[in-house]
Design a protein around this ligand. Structure first.
Ligand code: HEM
Length: 452
């Protein structure tokens, strides 16, 4: 870029080498918001040596993500992101391979229609989850069992997605010789991907791998890919023995694309096991931290706002009744209008633009009572929790269904109590930046008591 000929947007003066990195602190969302108050909705920062334009208004978001989205459809992954993602679709540049690989995941797993077709898997997993939680509590009824809502939901949503993609619930399966489970290693991949590595902004130092992210990343990736490879072996063996099965999963479909050379899916591209592994892994990794964190934010807001909790309970009672054996199903969700507002309400808090929303920092589901049109799936540029345009999150249908389903059932089946001495208004709401998500510093711990 030639600074003399380009008119750059306004922005703070960069320092040598580190540029404006010193201004982007531990909570980049807050730092960038503050800077935009001074420099306006389009500003120019130099993050290390990387020139960066930051936009922060619905009008500009529409221009970038819709009108001119073709020019903004590439990713700038970290050094490890590049190692991780060359054959999947989450970390590669926009292009025809990206389009084909993403289409496989969306059409077979994540489209609205497909998510609906997995209703019975979601409901079975949730039923098992509730039963296990009740057994865990009744095994030792003399102890106060506090559970981390986020960890519990991570295991539930992870296992549901594994069942859909790999054919079995395997988040807790141990990987040979490591003592770690598949879920542990997926969590580690997320940590490595989101590790805020200052050297990503100073690429000349990348080869040093100062924090060892790439070294460890290579080991973890080998283990995780090896695990999925074994699952593919099982699928191949079943396929070769012509074993009839009523259920076919994502791996079955991808194997049929590979073996039968289904040209309509992967015309002109090499497509072997390594591609299958990467596409499946992107689908699982995309959900690993995002969904449980979003769920924790929704749940903490409901617990903090007891009036919202009571209103939700009233709606559940009206639509489902008091029968605790009757779980809430995916087909019940369209009836639960207030539940939908609660989920939207939390996702909207994440936008926090006070020029756009009144009391933007507050969780007010009722604001959607008169504004049913607010869409969180990418067409309303005031609320973009899933992004918008070509690179928008393909997991939004799965996420919205799972968050609503799990929230409704957890409230229907259990009472939730905070640790002694902590009132709802005293819950620690401090945020931390985890690289991919903004999470609570203090995990939400609650004691579930099964409702009679
Ligand atoms: C509430 C939960 C979630 C939130 C808030 C969220 C948010 C996002 C956002 C903001 C993006 C980037 C969009 C862009 O670059 O414009 C994204 C991308 C992505 N998400 Fe999600 N996500 C969630 C859940 C999921 C789930 C459940 C999956 C998979 C089942 C998933 C898979 C992905 C993938 C694969 C990408 C990359 C897509 C591409 O580059 O083409 N996400 N997500």
């Amino acid at each position: 870029m030639n600074g003399e000929t380009l008119r750059l947007p306004p922005g703070p003066k960069p320092l040598p080498i580190i540029g404006n990195l010193y201004l982007v602190r531990s909570l980049p969302n807050r730092s960038l918001h503050r800077l935009s108050q001074t420099y306006g909705p389009v500003m120019y920062l130099k993050l290390g040596v990387v020139p960066t334009v930051v936009i922060s208004s619905p009008e500009l978001a529409e221009l970038v993500l819709k009108t001119h989205d073709l020019h903004f459809s590439n990713r700038v992954p970290s050094h490890f992101g590049r190692l991780f993602g060359s054959k999947g679709f989450a970390f590669i540049d926009y292009g025809s391979y990206w389009r084909a690989a993403r289409k496989l995941a969306v059409s077979q797993v994540l489209s609205a229609g497909k998510v609906m077709s997995f209703s019975s898997i979601m409901e079975e997993e949730l039923l098992l989850f509730i039963k296990n939680l009740k057994d865990f509590i009744s095994d030792d009824a003399t102890t106060d069992h506090f559970v981390s809502v986020k960890n519990k939901v991570a295991s539930l949503t992870g296992n549901t997605l594994c069942k859909i993609t790999l054919g079995r619930r395997c988040m807790n399966e141990k990987i040979n010789g490591t003592g770690l489970s598949f879920g542990d290693l997926c969590g580690e991949i997320i940590k490595l991907l989101s590790h805020h590595n200052i050297y990503d902004h100073l690429p000349i130092f990348n080869w040093l791998d100062v924090h060892g992210v790439c070294r460890r990343g290579k080991v973890v990736l080998r283990l995780v890919r090896g695990f999925i490879d074994l699952i593919i072996d099982e699928h191949v063996a079943k396929r070769e023995s012509n074993e009839k099965s009523n259920s076919s999963d994502f791996i079955d479909f991808l194997l049929s694309v590979m073996h039968d050379k289904k040209q309509e899916w992967m015309a002109g591209f090499d497509f072997d096991r390594s591609h299958i592994i990467s596409i499946v892994l992107d689908t699982i990794i995309g959900a690993t931290d995002t969904l449980p964190s979003s769920f924790e934010w929704v749940f903490v807001e409901v617990v903090r706002n007891q009036a919202v909790m009571e209103k939700l309970k009233r709606e559940l009672k009206k639509v489902i009744g008091n029968d605790r054996e009757r779980m809430i199903k995916v087909s019940d969700l369209p009836e639960l209008k207030y539940l939908a507002m609660v989920v939207k309400g939390e996702l909207e808090v994440a936008s926090r633009d006070c020029k756009v929303w009144e009391n933007a920092e507050e969780f007010i589901p009722e604001r959607f009572e008169d504004d049913h049109e607010v869409d969180v799936r990418g067409s309303d540029f005031r609320v973009l929790p899933f992004g918008s345009g070509r690179r928008a999150c393909p997991g939004m249908n799965f996420s919205l269904t799972m968050i609503s389903l799990v929230l409704a059932n957890l409230i229907h089946s259990f009472d939730w109590q905070l640790p002694d001495g902590i009132s709802p208004s005293q819950i620690d709401m401090q945020e931390k930046y985890d690289g991919l998500v903004i999470a609570l510093v203090t995990p939400l711990l609650l004691k579930p008591t099964p409702k009679p």
